[in-house]
Design a protein around this ligand. Structure first.
Ligand code: ADP
Ligand code: MG
Length: 312
């Protein structure tokens, strides 16, 4: 029997982050799936100027299916609110959510657990807005490198830099966002996302964008990105990628569903980039695609994720 059978499920979506539209897509998909399975499910569209605590109260929420993405949703803030309200919520808890959202802290945790992550340097947020400190600070850094803001998602503010002359502009672009700037070794090769549910690997997908890297347009606007399930890589390499992804999930203390992001060199050596704790969950998102390949249909995945809800 489902642990939340008979409970009223609030699917919380929208939210206040830049990923509001993506979240509305996730929320609509999940709500439809739960209703199709006969759940007493209601949508909560949390928008600027409304109180999420009051919305949950008014809806009589007994368990939250968290369909938010980004800041104030994926970063532990909503997990704190539901925890105080004693309402179980899907996905990772307060601490793991906050750790996974912060790429600096995540990378330190990966390194202290012996997990391979690209070599990196850190630039402060409060340096010159035009990035004119980059050349001196990054003089020893091998190129190409990847410059990215520490606390964003959806590839916003991310640049791949091939020539020293382009470093300043890349740092300036990343500094437009909140928090410090990460400069990483560029891992030439391929990219694999791993689907995890409740501490178990469901499978993985190789992502082949036609753009230079998996940027915002390739993620949300273009339709020419190829998604290969399973990845077209040797089975032993896929096993190594999935083991690294699961170790990263555990190192951060994640629970429920997650979708780590791994780069693999042409020689087959995997590096963990990050763990996404609230991945896209529309019917055609990557985690549902991975689950489908593993024999789990979309409504079942939504119900299985609901079953992992916890109140910390
Ligand atoms: N070290 C790297 N080597 C190669 N490509 C990278 C590297 N870091 C990031 N990228 C590219 O940039 C994309 C976004 O970077 P990521 O660290 O996953 O941040 P986000 O949270 O924005 O998804 C990745 O999906 C990948 O295509
Ligand atoms: Mg990513």
């Amino acid at each position: 029997m489902h642990p939340y059978a008979g409970k009223r499920v609030a699917v919380v979506m929208g939210g206040l982050s830049a990923e509001r539209e993506v979240s509305l897509g996730t929320g609509a998909g999940v709500l439809a799936a739960l209703l199709e399975r006969g759940w007493d499910a209601v949508a909560i569209d949390w928008r600027e100027g409304t109180s999420l605590a009051r919305l949950l109260d008014d809806a009589g929420a007994q368990v939250v299916w968290n369909a938010l993405h980004g800041t104030w949703g994926e970063d532990g803030a909503v997990q704190g609110l539901t925890s105080c309200a004693r309402i179980p919520c899907t996905g990772s808890g307060i601490l793991a959510s906050a750790l996974a959202m912060d790429k600096v802290i995540s990378k330190r945790i990966f390194e202290s657990n012996g997990l391979a992550t690209p070599r990196w340097s850190l630039l402060p947020h409060d340096g010159p807005a035009d990035g004119s400190d980059a050349a001196a600070r990054l003089a020893d850094r091998p190129l190409p490198c990847v410059v990215k803001p520490a606390n964003e998602g959806s590839s916003v503010g991310v640049s791949i830099v091939d020539a020293p002359a382009d470093l300043a502009a890349a740092v300036a672009a990343a500094r437009r966002f909140h928090g410090p700037v990460i400069v990483e070794d560029y891992i030439a090769g391929t990219e694999v996302f791993v689907g995890i549910l409740n501490g178990r690997v469901l499978g993985s997908v190789e992502v082949r964008p036609t753009t230079k890297f998996y940027d915002y347009d390739a993620k949300y606007k273009r339709s020419d990105t190829q998604y290969l399930i399973p990845p077209q890589l040797p089975a032993a390499t896929v096993a190594q990628i999935e083991a690294l992804a699961l170790a990263a999930y555990h190192a951060l203390g994640c629970s429920g569903h997650a979708r780590p992001d791994v780069r693999v060199t042409t020689a087959g050596e995997p590096f963990i980039l990050e763990v996404n704790t609230l991945p896209g969950m529309t019917k055609t998102s990557l985690l549902p695609k991975i689950a489908k390949h593993a024999g789990m249909d979309y409504p079942t995945l939504c119900e299985e994720i609901l079953a992992t809800a916890t109140s910390l």
